[in-house]
Design a protein around this ligand. Structure first.
Ligand SMILES: [Cu+2]
Length: 202
């Protein structure tokens, strides 16, 4: 066996390991409160230390108005994402936000407004309706394609994360304070448990 071939055989295993490590991983996060009860409908998002190219097509989010309420209460979009606001009630609504991340107003309307609203700045946007004071909803605009909302068990699975360092954040309107993002090194499929402080039930 010549020296060149021997060198190749030695190099091959390490090359294979290198390829494996580059595969995308999943991050599963469980969110519980101080009483260890699962928190559902919490937004979980992982911001990579090194920005990644878009891995999925942008989806148009929808916040409907039904029975004089916004549905869903919480929506998360990547920065630059759009949201449509179909009105499925028989009364008209006037949707607005005064939040610094997105100030806008949809003049009194019925049906589907012609253009969706683009959320081009990261941050929390609180929505209201000028006609119905009790209507409230939130759009959390995040600088990452890796986000989701917790379901039963307080769990959410974020897929397709390239290996690397991430800062994982949790947000819910039920939380009493903004939690500090948790640094997480993702190499293979990874799990993270987080505890959040909730506002007292009213
Ligand atoms: Cu309204």
């Amino acid at each position: 066996m010549g020296p060149i071939l021997r060198g190749l055989l030695v190099a091959l295993p390490s090359l294979a390991i290198g390829l494996e490590a580059a595969e995308a991983a999943a991050l599963t996060v469980q969110v519980v409160d101080r009483a260890a009860m699962p928190v559902v409908d919490a937004v979980v998002y992982a911001v990579p230390a090194v920005p990644v190219a878009a891995t999925k097509a942008a989806v148009m989010a929808e916040i409907a108005q039904e029975h004089l309420a916004f549905t869903p209460l919480v929506t998360v979009v990547e920065t630059g994402g759009s949201v449509s606001f179909p009105n499925r009630d028989t009364v008209r609504h006037q949707v607005y936000s005064f939040s610094p991340a997105k100030v806008f107003e949809l003049k009194l309307y019925a049906g589907l407004p012609a253009t969706p609203v683009v959320f081009d700045k990261a941050g929390l946007v609180a929505l209201g309706c000028n006609i119905h004071d009790r209507m409230v909803a939130y759009v959390l605009v995040v600088d990452t394609p890796f986000y989701g909302k917790t379901v039963a068990g307080g769990r959410v699975r974020l897929d397709g994360l390239p290996p690397g360092e991430y800062k994982v954040s949790v947000w819910s309107p039920r939380m009493s304070a903004q939690a500090t993002p948790t640094p997480v090194a993702v190499t293979t499929d990874t799990s993270l448990d987080t505890i959040v402080d909730l506002k007292p039930a009213s």
